[in-house]
Design a protein around this ligand. Sequence first.
Ligand SMILES: Nc1ncnc2c1ncn2[C@@H]1O[C@H](COP(=O)(O)OP(=O)(O)O)[C@@H](O)[C@H]1O
Ligand SMILES: [Mg+2]
Length: 434
Amino acid sequence: MTTFDQILPRVAEVLRDYAEMIPTIGPILINRDLNGRIRLVVGEPARNHPTAKQAIDAIACELQERLGPHAYPAENAVLFESDLDSVCAGATSFLLEGFEGVKVIDRLATEGNWASIAPESTGAPRIVFFSIKGGVGRSTALAASAWALAQAGQRVLVLDLDLESPGLSSALLPEERRPTYGIADWLVEDLVDNGDTVFEDMMATSTLSHDGEIYVVPAHGCDPGEYIAKLGRVWMPKMRSDGARETWSQRLSRLIDALETRWQPDVILLDSRAGIDEVASSCVTDLGAYLVLLFAIDGEQTWSGYRVLFRHWRKSGVAEAIRERLQVVGAMIPETDAAEYFADLREYSADLFREELYDEIPPSNVAGEQWNFDASDEGAPHYPWAVRWHRGFAALRSLHTRLESIDAQEVNTVFGSLIGNLAYTVANEGAEHG
Ligand SMILES: Nc1ncnc2c1ncn2[C@@H]1O[C@H](COP(=O)(O)OP(=O)(O)O)[C@@H](O)[C@H]1O
Ligand SMILES: [Mg+2]
């Protein structure tokens, strides 16, 4: 019996058998619908072209045979369309591996497809903190990074986009300073064109900043209110007055642009959701990230999760658009046998990048579009920036209280590699943009 993962390989098999006929048919769209069933969409002229029609009917029969429940019955498996571009509009699509004129149109029930990579935003660099697993110290590291960047005189805008398990803002803001509203409030108000009502009251500055400034935009306000009812609506797309549809991720982008214009930060830190999740997809791929930090603890779960993602990027043909923005962060490096642990982590990470994202050219080479790095190259995206496990940060009742009394040396011991590299990257990015 055919299962989902065999759909595309089998479609490719069938099409290979009819390879000579494909040019007569013209471009072919493989529509994989919401239920994972396949239909072919071809140009209108093929309908009245005898050889093309014959070939397409034969392909449809063959697909029904080989795909079983994942194919439409041959008699209604082919759609003839005069405008193929409009069929692709708004859907995830990618070329079928090994074919020039065959495109897969993949209809997903969620909007987060991980495979449309927005170009880098032109303003302050946006840095996304992402991890496959939760509880790896990602939000803590983000708070410490904000603290350090502000300490160095930067204006840092921090957004808590981990809407389902918010926590970042409590690390940076004491209870009494929290703003009235948060990101979830703006997203629901925006649905009824009422975003401006909450916009000014969804940000508070942190008392932790001395020389610079930390602007914190939490997931919810000081009183979460009907948070669950709001959460159930934040993902809604919006129909604009001109009839255009805006996805929730585009709405979020619009919010971040507006916050950037309002608060004029030098750098924007985004706390994403963990895992291969729809909101995480938006943070990593849709918000114009300059840098995506991939928090990793050594273990099968982390690496197999990242592999799924990297492979998806490769197969959907977007690896080149995203890979230069990636950077692995080694999270909670243990105190004992730290060097050995780090070496293992680095090896796993190097293997993964080599197998999924690097090009097959000699390492330490960036030849035109080609891209590869040596396993021991400290400047490589797979080479982990380190965050150490530290007793002083384990099971904290209040990270805010902790950060209030912390000194630079202690922050450096734990987060030094991450913070140093971040500061360097941000400074260079600033220089690039003039
Ligand atoms: N470097 C660290 N060393 C030890 N414990 C840490 C460290 N960073 C975070 N923690 C603790 O780990 C737990 C999870 O941290 P958190 O930052 O909320 O993780 P995440 O955002 O990845 O879910 C918290 O109890 C926190 O105090
Ligand atoms: Mg977190």
